[in-house]
Every structure is written in C-alpha cells, then in structure tokens.
Write a protein that binds this ligand. Structure first.
Ligand code: FAD
Length: 435
C-alpha cells in the first residue's frame, strides 16, 4: 500500500509515507526491512501512534505493527507472559488476567501497543514501581539487517532495547514478568493543593499508587490513591458500571464541553476550572488492577511531560505554577503529577538512576498552546528535567546526553545494530544527535 496520509492520535505529527507495510510475523518484518534498505528508503515502526512527538513520522516506509499481536506463550511457573509486539497493553493485561497474572503497574490508558509503550518509557505512578519497560524480561527484535534476535533476561542488549525509541530494530515479541493478579481500592478526592504538593514525597511513600490533578488557576488538587488488595476483594460488577458512567460523563463528556467553552471564551477559563475541579466526583471503588489503572481518554489533547528528581518536585511545581500565574496563558486542561521508583533496567528510562516525579501539561488538541509547553520546558529544565520521549519537547542530543549517564552506551549499541542508519527520521536524528 502506498501514498497514504498518516497522523498520530494527538494530531501533532503527520506525514505521507512512500509505503505502509503491515507485517504479521518476524520473518515478514525482516523482509520488509531488507526491501526498504535495498530501495534506499528509511523505515519507522509505529504502534498505536499515541506518541505526540514525531518519533514515528516518515516519508519512507511506515511499518505498522498491529498485525504482530496475540499471545505467544505463558510460563506459569515464573509468572511470565509473551505477546506479539503489536498487542495492546489492554489486550496483554486481559490475557495475563486469564492466567491469574497482572502487570505490576500501568499508565493512564491501555490502547498503546506493548512495544510502542515500552519504547518511549511509558509509566504509571507509584514510588515503588518503575516504567512498564522495567517489567520486561525478554524481547524478540528484528535488526535493521533482518536478523531475528532473542534477547533474554541476562542479555547485555536488554537495558538498551527496553526503551529504544524504535531506533534499534523492530520489536516483534515482548515477555513481561507479571505478578499474581490483584485488585485496587481506588479513592479519589479533592484537596487543598499546597499541602499536597509540599508533602508530595510523603504521600507517594505512604500509598501504593498516588497521583494528583491540578486545574490551573485553582487552589484545588484532585488526588487519586490506589491501594493494592487481594484479587478476591474487588467490588461487585455494578461498581464498575458506575465507574464507567462517572468516567464517561464527568471525565470525558463534561470535560469536552469545558474545553470547547474555554476555546470560545478564554476569559471564562479560571471560573470554568474552578467548577470543573469541583465537578469531578469524589468516589471510592474496587476493581481488578488493570481496570483501575487505565481509564478512557476520549477528549483529544496534546501533551508534554517532564521527569524531575522526586525530592525537587514541590519546588519545580511551585516554580511552574508561579510562572504560569505570571503569564497571560489560560489553560483549561488539568496538570497531572505522578511518581516512579529509580529505574536501573533501561538506559533511556526517564526515571533512570533516580526516584522521579513527573509533571505533565496538556492542552486541547484543537488549540495546541506551544507557549504553554515552552513555559513548562523552561521551568522544568532548571530542575534537571528529562522530557518524556513520546511527549512534546524541543530538546536535542546536546542537552539530553548530559541528562542520561548511559546515553553514549545506547548510541554505541545503535551504531552496531543499525550501521546503515535505516531506522531514522529528523526527530530521531535530533534527539539522538545522529550525523
Ligand atoms: C491518551 C494518551 C494517554 C497516555 N498516557 C500515558 C501514561 O499514562 N504514561 C506515559 O508514560 N505515557 C502515556 N502516553 C504516551 C504513550 O504511552 C507513549 O507515547 C507510547 O509510546 C505510545 O505507544 P504506541 O503503541 O502508540 O507507540 P507509537 O507512538 O506508535 O510509537 C512510539 C515509539 O515506539 C516505536 N515503536 C512502536 N512499535 C515498535 C515496535 N514494534 N518495535 C520497535 N519500535 C516500535 C516507534 O517507532 C516510536 O519511536 C499517553 C498517550 C496518549 C495519547
């Protein structure tokens, strides 16, 4: 198939690839890579296109991975599940659940492919948990030369390949180290913002999974605290239905309305935010972990997210809040604040080597406010911020190298696996500093 326009979920990246291929096996991936190489066309793999950055953008060959989906195997003794790289997080979680297993932590949604999610360091929240990539103990990777590598737990390539931006090869299968299926008791409340931010580290330490949303211009935080409970203690089915109604009507329906209103009348943003902060229902419910971690996001947005040292999060947040107050920007979308453990599993993990606090800024996709993202970037860079690889930022290798101690080791692996530079595009060239 050729000459088809492509765009990502957030409508922040578009291209017209010369060719779109949809391989269904590792062998077909290898053939596609060899063919592109012979034709002198660059290749970009793409999963669910949920990255906001131009990582997957290409005028060459777009290699769609959704055909590489499904269960490949289960190791019941070790609690491991292997799926095709194009399997969505949600499908993987449901498959795992069938065998009494679960991801130990997940992000906000589950529509990403497992390979795409790990490739940018996708994470959830929880002071004792790393990104999804840290749960990966094996990968099948087709190199740009067409070789099919089985990368096991002790393989020195794994720390480079877990978070690899689609720069080392095409991931055709992923093995996840699961935990026994568990439930989450979720509690969502509105609280006064300042003490929550000042005590963010303590709140993270006291809970299994803590996060907050702040509606700019208000002094209110919507806090979410999830506590791990045995699988047998999840609530009745009706509570799930109620939760879906809440998510759909409040988090999505009302939210779409407030975003549209704010776009028509920016002066109304502060009062709208105050109403929105109080409209989001306080609620408590219990459900299987994968149903609580992920919730629907139907309002299309653009996003940037910065990873700062956890102990500096309160200062970084306050500096951001002050800068935003001094600006003329009116932001209708909440800011999300999360945390993760120090991660040693992947060299390009945004939480590599340090307990991490994450601050994510969003805006309505119909009204992308670049000044807002620039303001956040300026503030968070001052706190040794690392940008999420899949979310909007303007950093380049000259800056990123100093923020990742193993940056050059990653580049050495890339040079070895892709000496001819098949898996490239201008965005990747910028962030990795490729000549
Ligand atoms: C609504 C929404 C909610 C989100 N929530 C979170 C969140 O809670 N936490 C968080 O950290 N992030 C979040 N993100 C960001 C998202 O998880 C990442 O951008 C993720 O990489 C997207 O996965 P994907 O399958 O869409 O990959 P894509 O965006 O398609 O690709 C991402 C990268 O992986 C590469 N790639 C994809 N498939 C393969 C493969 N098979 N082999 C090799 N390389 C591959 C691509 O080339 C690209 O470099 C969210 C994004 C959206 C739109």
């Amino acid at each position: 198939m050729s000459g088809r326009g492509w765009t990502n979920w957030g409508r922040t990246s578009r291209s017209t690839p010369a060719e779109i291929v949809r391989p269904r096996s590792a062998e077909a991936v290898a053939r596609a890579l060899r063919r592109a190489s012979a034709a002198g066309l660059p290749v970009r793999p793409v999963g669910a296109a949920h990255s906001f950055t131009a990582l997957a953008r290409t005028d060459g060959v777009l290699l769609e991975t959704r055909g590489l989906a499904g269960l490949r195997g289960v190791d019941r003794d070790r609690g491991r599940i292997t799926v095709g790289g194009g399997t969505t997080i949600g499908a993987t979680a449901r498959l795992a659940n069938r065998f009494g297993l679960a991801f130990q932590n997940l992000g906000d949604i589950d529509h990403q492919t497992i390979a795409g999610a790990i490739s940018t360091g996708t994470h959830g929240t929880g002071g004792a948990f790393g990104p999804i990539a840290s749960q990966v103990v094996g990968l099948q990777l087709v190199t740009p030369g067409g070789e099919v590598l089985e990368i096991g737990e002790d393989d020195p390539l794994l720390p480079a390949a877990r978070v690899s931006l689609g720069a080392l090869g095409v991931i055709t299968a992923v093995t996840v180290q699961c935990v026994a299926a568990f439930g989450l008791a979720a509690e969502e409340r509105t609280e006064v913002l300042e003490p929550v931010i000042a005590g963010f580290g303590d709140r993270v330490a006291a809970a299994d999974h803590f996060e907050l949303y702040w509606f700019p211009g208000t002094g209110v935080a919507l806090t979410k605290t999830n506590t791990r409970i045995p699988a047998g203690e999840v609530g009745p089915r009706s509570s799930r239905v109620r939760r879906l109604v809440d998510d759909e009507l409040l988090s999505n329906g009302v939210f779409e309305l407030t975003c549209r209103l704010a776009r028509q009348a920016p002066l109304l943003v502060p009062p709208i935010n105050r109403v929105a902060a109080h409209t989001v229902a306080e609620r408590a419910y219990r459900a299987p972990s994968h149903q609580v971690f992920a919730s629907p996001r139907r309002v299309r947005f653009a996003e940037a997210e910065w990873a700062v040292p956890l102990e500096q999060l309160p200062q970084a947040f306050d500096a951001f809040r002050t800068a935003l107050r001094r600006s003329r920007l009116r932001i209708s979308f909440p800011v999300e604040v999360r945390a993760a453990a120090a991660d040693g599993s992947a060299w390009l993990s945004t939480s590599f080597g340090r307990p991490t606090g994450y601050i994510a800024v969003h805006c309505y996709a119909r009204d992308v406010q670049r000044d807002y993202f620039r303001l956040a970037e300026r503030v968070f860079r001052g706190y040794d911020g690392r940008p999420h690889w899949g979310k909007l930022h303007t950093r380049d290798a000259a800056d990123l190298r100093g923020r990742y101690p193993r940056f050059d080791d990653f580049l050495a692996v890339r040079r070895r696996l892709d000496p001819g530079g098949l898996l490239r595009n201008p965005h990747l060239d910028r962030v990795l500093g490729l000549p």
